[in-house]
Design a protein around this ligand. Structure first.
Ligand SMILES: Cc1cc2nc3c(=O)[nH]c(=O)nc-3n(C[C@H](O)[C@H](O)[C@H](O)COP(=O)(O)OP(=O)(O)OC[C@H]3O[C@@H](n4cnc5c(N)ncnc54)[C@H](O)[C@@H]3O)c2cc1C
Length: 210
């Protein structure tokens, strides 16, 4: 087996969000020590966003445990957690229990399903009725694209009408320099797109794939 390079591992860990790393490590190892570490709430000046961060006194320990784990070189992909298990991990990450709705939303965002919220027929009409039916989608933005994918998967004819020259909606319109998402690219993306090679945490309008 190829020798794992400790310098490389330490460099990568140096870039990690240590609270997220702690949870990933806990998921992989079940080490109770990781579950009992304390979390503090960080709030950047003038920002409404709050971020749970790992308390400083645990930093060195999490790094050591992560290096030790990764140096073994036999890292297996963690099994998909059940909703209850994922909720427990969310609770440890934030140091408080997420409410039922947020937990479900976050679980969906983790994209374990191939296509979350995929539409399906409850009473599928006869083929002939479907053939004589067409949906008009007004606008060719982010929402229209997913509507079209859903309609296609249900076998419903559709047509997209757009006043601009191309797809993309507001992203087509807003082409100022440095236009980019303001939430993480992974959260923003269609969840049915697997392993998209994002180059940036906050992807710019242009040139976002690696
Ligand atoms: C720079 C930038 C950054 C953003 N960052 C984020 C982010 O980080 N997170 C986030 O959640 N959102 C973000 N947004 C918001 C963005 O608007 C939405 O995420 C999403 O793209 C909206 O998609 P939509 O399809 O619903 O609407 P739109 O993209 O607005 O598409 C509507 C389309 O309908 C067309 N249309 C409207 N009326 C008619 C008509 N009568 N006839 C024909 N065509 C019509 C329009 O021309 C347009 O193409 C960002 C937007 C911009 C510009």
């Amino acid at each position: 087996m190829e020798r794992v390079n400790e310098t490389y591992i330490r460099e990568a860990i140096g870039l990690a969000n240590l609270n997220a790393l702690r949870i990933a490590l806990y998921q992989q190892t079940g080490l109770e020590e990781l579950a009992t570490m304390s979390v503090e709430i960080y709030r950047r000046e003038n920002s409404p966003l709050e971020l749970p961060v790992l308390a400083k006194q645990h930093h060195a320990r999490v790094v050591e445990l992560a290096v030790e784990y990764l140096m073994k070189g036999d890292v297996k992909k963690a099994p998909i957690p059940s909703f209850a298990q994922a909720r427990r991990l969310m609770e440890l990450f934030e140091n408080e229990s997420p409410n039922e709705l947020s937990a479900h939303y976050a679980y969906e965002d983790l994209a374990f399903e191939d296509f979350s919220r995929q539409a399906s027929w409850t009473h599928k009409p006869a083929e002939k009725a479907l053939q004589n039916f067409e949906v008009i989608v007004v606008g060719a933005g982010f929402s229209a694209i997913v509507a079209a994918i859903q309609l296609q998967s249900l076998g419903i004819n559709f047509r997209i009408i757009e006043r601009q020259a191309d797809f993309g909606g507001t992203w087509q319109l807003n082409d100022y320099p440095e236009a980019r998402v303001d939430i993480s690219s992974f959260i923003y993306q269609y969840k049915f797109v697997r392993n998209y090679p994002w180059k940036h945490y906050f992807a710019p309008r242009n040139n976002c794939a690696g």
